[in-house]
Design a protein around this ligand. Structure first.
Ligand code: XMP
Length: 516
């Protein structure tokens, strides 16, 4: 299988570059910019892309690629493409010149293409491209020539025999010719074959799992979310009922969710060993009076692991040795936890159930090469229902982090009902799959209203609906007024205890998607 390696210089679009190449059915891997030639050679890449990044090549500790690494790559006939900061780094290390600009160039720019060359083959003489940079290249690397410019950027693209660079971002949609440029690099220049196919992935993953697990058993925690469900379905495909799934019902799921997950896996998919742990009371009593968001998360995380461990212990006793722990880790998790291995975030440590301390279970993570959209395709190909595979993300701590202040069963009831109405109306308006997330938040404030002829003094629900590609950033969704109106009317009329609905119009950053 042909591979394109992306060296990460800390750019916000690194995963986007990778996803664009995967969308061309070519496999990608992301490694840190300073991973060294040994790691690179193990991947046998057909081409290397240097990502963008926030630094200036003139900063003291800015990330640089070693000249020896570039020479090694070139010597092995592997083509290199630098994007934005990567374009500047390549120029600097290979005898070109980078200058500080007086002004930053940001946004759409007109690109004038000087010569067709190989990289820019088939694109127009002038094209709109997306720029975001301070410094710029004024002299291309030795052996390369400038092939495009903008009014403020004399070397907006250069090319040599196997060295290429563009100052702009071909991976973003604001560069309409970007796909063509990436295709030229991947297929024409690197000679990749489009052989990264999801159907083949399933076949290979199933036979890999069979080999890895042998005749042993696997246990895994299922949350009902896309990643763990698809991982479980894949493992089940490989080893059948030697897979034991544990579903901890903490009572903080969306309306009917616990029942639906159980029904789906037991009746529809036919898992024989699907174990539900009803821990609702324990979670609720431990959360009583706790209003600090981090304290809530910590309690839930700990209880979750404890419930999982306890059940695992029981299953070990009942079914004998279980040697493997299945997890729904996906590719961005793997890349991020490698990059931040010293300080794995709270989100991750809860999301991916930690290994029980005294159980020496070996990890199986069959999705750890895939992006979310690829995981969804695998799920669909394995016959999981669309409602599950296309489900919006839901945080591990569940409704607790959407119920501001101390959690009570009554507040959770109001939140859950309001959330179900939002879900229904968003689906009815055919917006569900277009939004990254849409949900209710319970606010611990009361406001005055009037219902019939009577004064009310009740609670507030906030509606949160965001659009996003990768959730690093998110925009609040410009929902049609009719949809907003229908949601508000229904919540106020149907949910006892709520008399006001507000809409959250905060971008991320500075806001987060969840309120806690
Ligand atoms: P924030 O609120 O940080 O959320 O903008 C980003 C994405 O992560 C989800 N999220 C979580 N997922 N466990 C999870 O599995 C968590 O503790 C958690 N907290 C936030 C959130 O729903 C959004 O999609």
């Amino acid at each position: 299988m042909d591979t394109i390696l992306i060296l990460d210089f800390g750019g916000q679009y690194t995963h986007l570059i990778s996803r664009r190449v995967r969308a061309m059915s070519v496999y990608t891997e992301i490694l840190p910019y300073d991973c060294g030639t040994e790691s690179i050679s193990k991947l046998h890449p057909s081409g290397v892309i240097l990502s963008g990044g926030p630094s200036s090549v003139y900063e003291k500790d800015s990330p640089k690629i070693e000249k020896e690494t570039v020479d090694w790559i070139s010597r092995n006939n592997i083509s290199l493409l630098g994007l934005c900061y990567g374009h500047q780094v390549l120029a600097q290390v290979l005898g070109g010149r980078v200058e500080k600009s007086r002004t930053k160039e940001y946004g759409k720019k007109e690109l004038a293409v000087a010569g067709a060359g190989r990289l820019l083959k088939g694109i127009g003489k002038t094209e709109t491209v997306w720029m975001s940079h301070g410094d710029h290249v004024v002299k291309p690397p030795k052996g390369c020539k400038a092939v495009a410019s903008t009014d403020s950027c004399p070397v907006a693209a250069y090319e040599g025999e196997n060295i290429f660079g563009v100052q702009f971002h071909p991976e973003v949609r604001h560069t309409p010719c970007g796909e063509k440029i990436l295709k030229n690099f991947v297929f024409e220049i690197c000679g990749c074959k489009p052989d990264w196919v999801i159907g083949d992935f399933i076949e290979k993953a199933v036979s890999g799992l069979k080999k890895e697990v042998g005749c042993e058993k696997v246990i895994m925690g299922l949350s009902g979310g896309v990643d763990s469900s698809v991982a479980a379905a894949l493992i089940h495909e490989a080893i059948g009922d030697r897979l034991h799934c544990v579903f901890v019902d903490h009572g903080l799921m969306r309306k009917n969710e616990a029942e639906e997950v159980e029904k789906l896996f037991m009746d529809h998919i036919g898992f024989k060993n699907f174990h539900v742990v009803n821990a609702q009371e324990e979670f609720m009593s431990r959360l009583e009076g706790v209003s600090d968001p981090e304290a809530k998360r910590k309690i839930i995380g700990e209880l979750f692991i404890r419930a999982f461990e306890k059940k695992t212990g029981e299953l070990l006793h009942e079914f004998g040795d279980i040697k493997f722990l299945g997890q729904g880790t996906i590719y961005p998790d793997r890349v991020e936890s490698a990059a931040t291995s010293k300080s794995a975030s709270v989100i991750k440590s809860h999301h991916n159930v930690a290994l029980p301390n005294d159980m020496k279970l070996k990890l199986v993570e069959p999705l750890n090469d895939l992006y979310k959209d690829e995981v969804r395709l695998v799920g669909e190909k394995l016959g999981l229902p669309r409602e599950l595979v296309r489900r919006q993300p839901f945080p591990g701590p569940g409704l607790a982090v959407r119920c501001l202040g101390a959690v009570t069963p009554e507040k959770i009831r109001m939140l859950r009902e309001a959330d179900a109405i939002i879900d229904e109306e968003i689906r009815k308006a055919d917006l569900y799959e277009k939004l990254w997330q849409s949900f209710a938040v319970f606010l611990p404030v009361k406001s005055v209203g009037v219902m019939g002829d009577a004064r009310t003094y009740e609670n507030v629900i906030a509606l949160r609906a965001v659009e996003s590609d990768d959730v690093m950033t998110a925009n609040w969704a410009k929902l049609p007024y009719e949809v907003l109106g229908a949601i508000s009317n229904r919540i106020v009329n149907e949910v006892r205890g709520i008399n006001r609905v507000v809409y959250d119009i905060t971008q991320k950053p500075p806001g987060t998607v969840e309120w806690e």
